[in-house]
Design a protein around this ligand. Structure first.
Ligand code: NAD
Length: 476
């Protein structure tokens, strides 16, 4: 039922064939559903040499061809969304509708890159002499390596692959060992769409060994990573020591500012849905809720009631609105935040515990009255826990929202144009969404500030990380 997990190197799907293998688990049961083959050093060398060879011709391919292949990938992904989505539910846990939605919505990344890759323009700079021609070219940077995470296994990988391939680069992807089916499906999509061998490779195995091997290789020119801040810092440090370009999409701890004058019911409805989507394992998940005094109690009561109504269960069961956490260790992580909050006198208004059973289920949790030094208000929870605190004046809320080293997503609800302006200017974040949830569309840039990383995926900025700038001055 669950697909065979293979590597994909030089246009070939490669089975385990005696390589070390580890189990892939279903987080709803913790039972094995498949085997993950681990790359050997020879596999990595083969992926590198084929990526180098493929780059030499792919860099000169016409943007029209790149566009056609990306467009075809988008079409095929939509056709296969049910199957790919079901496999994501099996290895990642999210409810089926969310998993299928991830594939259909994220097919738009292939569409967007298909459109934009035909518009990678250079420019002509007027010269000081009529005999001189000055031009600027934007050229593909070379062989890229992409490390994609387990929370959105299709979305995060296709964004990186589409940007690299659209820019004329070749790319080696190492996805998360916990959720491999979506990345194999992406390799199959590009394979079937006619991508030449070597332009895309997929390898699996030990993250530390693979990232060290690939980043140190002189063949690799660029690294793109989505994951935790500590791992991103390690990878960026290694890449920096070798002067390699990075795009880093790291952790977040998104503040939400809800003012007295907001449409509270709409705010709660949207925020509860978004908070518990993918069991809160989302880098842009709203987590620190700053709610103004006048509406605080009403907001909390409504938020808690809606959180309690969420049906937690196996993502393949009809009616499930929140699946299990992706790994067992995330339960202990959630319990750590809750215990610390309780010890510091906070109120666990609902949830706060694992749900009994074999799977990694944790109840949707709402904590109020958190003191500023609670771990929850300082470390990224990355799970189904919302912390709600009060504020009196907006300046104070902005200061508290900006207090952490993170700066990825942020949200606000207010009917006042003055407040909205102060918030959008005042928040230290790569993305600000006001009065609705409006982030992560293919045509809009996605990325963070501070320890949330650097570089954008999506929007017209999407190719910036994959291109170099070359200036040519020619005397005729
Ligand atoms: P982790 O720090 O162990 O791993 C984070 C990610 O990095 C995983 O996908 C993992 O496969 C990968 N990774 C780990 N070591 C690596 C290495 N040496 N080279 C390359 N990749 C490596 O954390 P975790 O327990 O898996 O996940 C929880 C944390 O991860 C959260 O706190 C969250 O910040 C972060 N995370 C963020 C995103 C995101 O979308 N930004 C996605 C997934 C996880």
């Amino acid at each position: 039922m669950y697909p065979h997990i293979t590597q994909y190197i030089d246009g070939e799907f490669i089975q385990g064939d005696g390589r070390r293998e580890t189990d892939v688990l279903n987080p709803a049961t913790n039972l094995p559903i498949g085997k993950l083959p681990h790359a050997t050093s020879a596999d990595l060398e083969r992926a590198l040499s084929s990526a180098q060879r493929a780059f030499e011709s792919w860099r000169n391919s016409s943007p029209m061809l790149r566009s056609q292949i990306l467009r075809k990938v988008g079409e095929l992904a939509r056709e296969r969304a049910q199957v790919i989505g079901r496999n994501i539910t099996l290895d990642q846990g999210k409810p089926l509708a969310e998993a299928v939605g991830e594939v259909t919505v994220c097919s738009e990344h292939a569409d967007w890159h298909a459109e934009e890759c035909r518009r990678i323009y250079g420019r002509v700079i007027p010269a000081r002499s009529s005999q001189v021609q000055q031009t600027v070219l934007r050229e593909p940077i070379g062989v890229c390596v992409a490390f994609s995470p387990w929370n959105f296994p299709f979305n995060q990988a296709i964004r990186k692959v589409a940007a690299a391939i659209g820019a004329g680069c070749s790319v080696i992807v190492k996805g998360s060992s916990d959720t491999p089916s979506a990345v194999v499906a992406i390799a199959q999509l590009f394979h079937d769409a006619g991508l030449p061998p070597g332009v895309l490779s997929v390898v699996w195995g030990d993250s530390g060994m693979i990232s060290d091997h690939l980043i140190r290789s002189p063949i690799v020119r660029k690294i793109s990573f989505t994951g935790s801040t500590p791992v991103g810092q390690q990878l960026a440090a290694l890449a920096g020591s070798l002067m390699k370009r990075c795009t880093m999409e790291l952790g977040g701890h998104a503040p939400v500012i809800v003012c007295d004058d907001a449409d509270i019911d709409t705010a709660v409805d949207q925020l509860v849905g978004y908070k518990f989507r993918n069991a809160g394992q989302v880098c842009v998940s709203p987590t620190r809720f700053f709610v103004q005094d006048g509406i605080h109690d009403y907001f909390v009561d409504r938020f808690v009631a809606k959180a309690q109504a969420i049906k937690v269960g196996d993502g393949l069961e009809a009616g499930t609105r929140m699946g299990p956490l992706a790994q067992r260790r995330r339960i202990a992580a959630m319990e750590g935040f809750v215990d610390d909050a309780r010890q510091r006198g906070a109120n666990i208004r609902t949830g706060g515990h694992a749900v009994l059973g074999a799977g990694n289920f944790f109840a949707p949790t709402v904590i109020t009255d958190l003191p500023e030094d609670a771990r929850f208000l300082n470390e990224e929870p990355f799970g189904p826990v919302a912390g709600i605190v009060r504020f009196t004046n907006l300046e104070d809320a902005l200061q508290r929202a900006n207090r952490l080293p993170f700066g990825l997503a942020s949200y606000a609800f207010t009917r006042s144009a003055k407040n909205a302006h102060a918030i959008s200017r005042g928040l230290e974040a790569g993305m600000v969404s006001i009065n609705h949830i409006g982030l992560a569309l293919a045509e809009t840039p996605f990325g963070g500030l501070k320890e949330s990383g650097y570089g954008s995926e999506g929007g017209i900025e999407t190719f910036d990380g994959y291109l170099t700038t070359k200036f040519i001055s020619q005397l005729n």
